[in-house]
Design a binder for this molecule. Sequence first.
Ligand code: SF4
Length: 62
Amino acid sequence: MKAEVDAAKCQGHARCWEICPEVFMLDEEGFGSVQTPEVPPALEAKAGEAADNCPERAIVLS
Ligand code: SF4
C-alpha cells in the first residue's frame, strides 16, 4: 500500500500523526506529510484508520 497526503486539502488537524505516527508526520507548520510512503502490511490497518479520521479526506491510500 502507498500513502500520500494531498497538501491542497490538508488543514493541519494532525489526526493522521496521532493515529499512525509510523506512517505520517507533521511538518514545521503542523501540516501532515508522509514519512513511510510504502506502507508495510502490518501498518495498513492503522494507516486506513488515519485516512478515515482525516476531516479533510486529504489522505490517499492506493
Ligand atoms: S489528519 Fe488530514 S488534515 Fe489533518 S494533518 Fe493529517 S492529512 Fe492533514
